[in-house]
Design a protein around this ligand. Structure first.
Ligand code: F0G
Length: 466
């Protein structure tokens, strides 16, 4: 019998035109795959995976219109008409005049932080994502996380847990001036903290605080459409506005943004950095040509720019977003009905398991999140990702931390039946949680360790005979 909270699966506002057969590795094949991958699921091969919830980034399905748009590729090195179209779409959505395409989000971060950061720079954010944090560090800066305290309480139902702690921001600004803080970032939605939205009211306050001290505000806008959906749903007075209108109000408060279009751009590759400031634009353009490619392609095929232009608009479609958010909630509520402890409220692109409540018998040194992703893979050939002390061990969050496992749902890919399969498998892991042992490092790289670290199961505790 399948437990359920009684909610019917959400209606998918699209039908299937192309199908892709998915693998079904046996339990012994899964064990062999784990050993080959040194218990690091980033090292698995996709043919070893039944449901892949590693990331929602670049893993979505493009629409028929996007596939058709690829045929309109004008592969001119300079001045491609696909760039003109892409640029006009991004200008219309964001209002930012200067737009530089990049091959993905971290490339946009490279351009932005190499332009702004110097050794000793401090870059505040609600919560830095792993690549954002790594780029600030790479440029000699110090990334600081200033999310509200509710963001660190997985059980708090506060509707805008992505918000910036304004008192902490004020205190930092009083201590350090613009000479040490070259820019402020705000991530919408806050991926590291559970896919939680930032409210318009909060961003208005942040903008006025930093602008009052001459510090520019940049948005990490990967999941801006999902953030706008939550604002429409939860923030007083926003219920009748379109996603594009709400998004535009966010962008109007900022000086620029970095975008990984692999999320709310609905493409498999692509991104951009945008700014209002002509002198910043000049430096971004120089860095873009050096690291990515000429201004009008930035590391992408021109047909990719066309697909991105179409995808960015599709991501603002309310019916698409209603299904997207409902699908994540459906997965979350199915898990909750099986008793699985989750971070609340359920986020925009993923369900996050609360590892401290899932595996209370394991300590941080046991790498409990990694132990859990291994068990979920073993149970159902489902790939998830640790978002906790392994991914963010070195973060500066004033001693606060979260220990999560993320089940990120690719856009327009999986059906409700496939998500129920996931809920059943994770439910079975939860039922046998007391048998789960820790994981230990065999090899730990210095930077971004989660991608390439090697692990082994911790040795079973032998009862003392003395
Ligand atoms: N910022 C945020 C908030 C992100 O979630 C990501 C990527 C990036 C920047 C970097 O973008 O991958 O295109 O270079 N997040 C993916 C994830 C990888 O799984 O959450 P990218």
């Amino acid at each position: 019998m399948t437990p359920s909270d009684g909610t019917p699966p959400p209606f998918e506002p699209y039908r299937t035109k192309v199908v892709e057969r998915i693998p079904n590795p046996s339990p012994s094949e899964r064990q062999a795959a784990l050993e080959r991958a040194h218990y690091n699921l980033f090292q698995l091969r996709s043919d070893e995976i039944r449901v892949d919830l590693l990331t929602d980034s670049g893993t979505g399905a493009m629409s028929d219109r996007q596939w058709a748009s690829l045929m309109l590729g004008d592969e001119s090195y300079a001045g491609s008409r696909n760039f003109t179209h892409f640029e006009s779409v991004v200008r219309e959505l964001t209002g930012f005049p200067h737009i530089f395409p990049t091959h993905q989000g971290r490339a946009a971060e490279n351009l932005l932080f190499s332009t702004f950061c110097r050794p000793g720079s401090i870059v505040p954010n609600n919560m830095h994502f792993d690549t954002t944090q790594a780029h600030v560090l790479h440029n000699g800066g110090r990334p600081v996380n200033l999310a509200i305290s509710e963001a660190y309480d997985p059980e708090s139902e506060m509707p805008f847990k992505g918000n910036v702690d304004l008192l902490a921001l004020k205190a930092l600004l009083e201590l350090e001036g613009p000479e040490h803080i070259p820019l402020m970032m705000v991530t919408i939605t806050n991926n590291t903290g559970g896919g939680q939205p930032v409210s318009l009211a909060n961003l208005r306050e942040v903008a006025s605080l930093v602008h009052g001290r001459g510090i520019p505000l940049y948005l990490d806008m990967c999941r801006w459409a999902e953030n706008a959906y939550f604002v429409r749903e939860r923030e007083p007075g926003q219920g009748d506005r379109t996603i594009a209108q709400i998004g535009r109000e966010f962008f109007d408060l900022a000086d620029g943004a970095t975008m990984s279009a692999k999320k709310d751009g609905l493409v498999n590759i692509g991104g951009f950095v945008a700014t209002r400031d002509p002198s910043v634009a000049e430096r971004l353009n120089e860095a873009q040509i050096l690291f990515e490619g000429f201004t009008t392609y930035g590391g992408l095929a021109r047909r990719d720019l066309e697909a991105m232009a179409v995808g960015l608009v599709e991501a603002t479609d309310l019916e698409y977003l209603e299904h997207r958010i409902a699908q994540i909630r459906y997965l979350g509520e199915q898990l909750a009905a099986r008793g699985v402890p989750l971070l609340r409220p359920i986020g925009g692109h993923a369900v996050y398991l609360d590892v401290r409540r899932f595996l209370p018998h394991l300590s941080t040194e046991d790498l409990p999140g990694q132990a859990l992703v291994v068990e979920i893979y073993r149970e159902g050939a489902i790939r998830t990702v640790e978002v906790g002390s392994l991914m963010f061990g070195e973060s500066d969050s004033g001693g606060k931390s979260l220990e999560l496992v993320r089940l990120a749902v690719p856009r327009r890919v999986y059906s409700a039946a496939q998500l129920s399969y996931v809920a059943d498998a994770v439910g079975r892991v939860y039922a046998r949680r007391r048998e789960i042992r820790g994981i230990r490092y065999v090899h730990r790289p210095d930077r971004l360790p989660h991608f390439t670290a090697r692990f082994a199961p911790a040795l079973p505790v032998t009862p003392s005979t003395g």
